[in-house]
Design a protein around this ligand. Structure first.
Ligand code: ZN
Length: 219
């Protein structure tokens, strides 16, 4: 997942269509039309740059264009001072709210599942970062550069792909891990201490008004 948050204005900021919301069409339906404010289409990248999300109270339909949606990762600041001195002067709290297991909305782009086979996920040999849309591929696709630590290393056998004229892998659009901000990667057995066990216990906690009134949920 890729965090937003840097100095500068987003592409198309303060202009119409920044969030990609379609213009309301004229309609003959007598029912009240949904307000565009009720559900905003949010493309996570526009014009080759990260999009800055609206306030967290704004209902969104997320279109994953290569960066994680704000349901999965949101910065407390949309604009980050460029220098440490300016940041200290502003005294603004800066953090990330990360929720990798957030369920996508009904109309959000679904989270694609990536299964790279018996070899498991492709990862940086130095920092163990997972291959993602911001890895760079060089040497005609035979080597890759980690976007976290900058380490250049050979592409694992079977994962290499030639590059196009712009230096982008020719299969990037067909591989969710190289074109989406959020993916589910299938882990191989080496990621598990033991095989998944079936559930053996079920706990039910009654939390209705009666239980709350008698203090049963106080603990
Ligand atoms: Zn790395």
């Amino acid at each position: 997942m890729i965090a937003p948050g840097r100095m500068g204005t987003p592409p198309g900021a303060a202009g119409a269509g920044y969030f990609g919301a379609p213009a309301p069409a004229k309609r003959n339906d007598p029912r009240p039309a949904l307000s565009p404010q009720l559900e905003m289409v949010f493309e996570t990248r526009r014009g080759g740059d990260h999009s800055i999300p609206p306030p967290c109270s704004t209902p969104l339909v997320v279109r994953d264009k290569g960066s994680a949606g704000p349901h999965h990762m949101r910065s407390t600041l949309n604009l980050v001072p460029q220098t440490p001195a300016l940041f200290r002067k502003l005294k603004l709290p800066f953090g990330l709210v990360i929720n990798p297991m957030a369920a996508p909305g009904l109309r959000d782009d679904p989270i694609p599942t990536v299964d790279l086979g018996p070899g498991g996920p492709v990862r940086c040999a130095e920092c163990k970062a997972y291959v993602n849309a911001y890895f760079r591929f060089v040497a005609d696709g035979g080597r890759m550069v980690c976007n976290f630590c900058g380490a250049e290393q050979p592409v694992p056998p079977g994962y290499a792909c030639p590059l196009d004229m712009e230096g982008r892998r020719r299969d990037a659009a067909d591989r969710p891990e190289l074109c989406c901000g959020s993916v589910d990667m299938v882990a191989t057995a080496e990621y598990m201490v033991r095989p998944p066990a079936p559930p053996t216990h079920l706990f039910l906690i009654e939390a209705g008004a009666g239980a709350a009134a008698c203090g049963a949920t106080a603990a």
